[in-house]
Design a protein around this ligand. Structure first.
Ligand code: ZN
Length: 177
């Protein structure tokens, strides 16, 4: 496996719409290696999610370290999952604003409104269909990562830039302990 270079804001790949994969694509060693490398890259940089355009690949794949299975299993460590061709539908009408960061926008945080609850349909790395329901933090991560596949960055979703802060100042003034 290898750690991949992460595209930073300003690179056109982050503004392009990524293409869907078919099950044939998923059988290719190159795509399976890409998924492994994305997971390794996400872990290396302490991300909770990473989308393929962030590593210069215009493909509808993201990886995330999320405990989305069952809210009762609090003690299980989140395992990285790969989601391919994700489609999000919003459940209910609750919108919550909270802090986000992005490996492509290093050392910056801002408050972003997101749907509290979503349903996500996708295929996994073996081509199996899956459907997840998520709320709050995992739902936020999935919305952020799916946005990357459409060339959308979290700044685009902010209601105002008043909350934008560098990471040091975030830690000093805004982080909850
Ligand atoms: Zn991001």
């Amino acid at each position: 496996m290898s750690i991949l270079k992460v595209a930073r804001m300003g690179h056109p790949v982050l503004r392009a719409k990524a293409r869907a994969l078919d099950t044939g694509d998923l059988k290719s060693a190159a795509v399976q290696k890409l998924i492994d490398d994305m997971i390794e890259t996400m872990v290396e940089y302490h991300g909770v999610g990473l989308a393929a355009p962030q590593v210069h690949q215009g493909l509808r794949i993201f990886v995330a370290s999320l405990d989305v299975e069952d809210e009762d299993k609090h003690d299980s460590d989140p395992q990285p999952i790969a989601l391919v061709n994700p489609e999000i539908s919003v459940v209910g009408s609750d919108v919550v604003e909270d802090w986000e960061g992005c490996l492509s926008i290093p050392d910056v945080r801002g408050r972003v409104p997101r749907a509290r609850e979503i349903r996500l349909r996708a295929i996994d790395r073996n081509g199996e269909r899956l459907e997840l329901r998520a709320h709050d933090f995992p739902a936020r991560v999935m919305q952020h990562e799916t946005d990357h596949l459409d060339g959308v960055l979290f700044f685009d979703r902010m209601r105002s830039f008043e909350s934008l802060t560098f990471l040091d100042e975030y830690s000093r003034y805004w982080a909850k302990d």
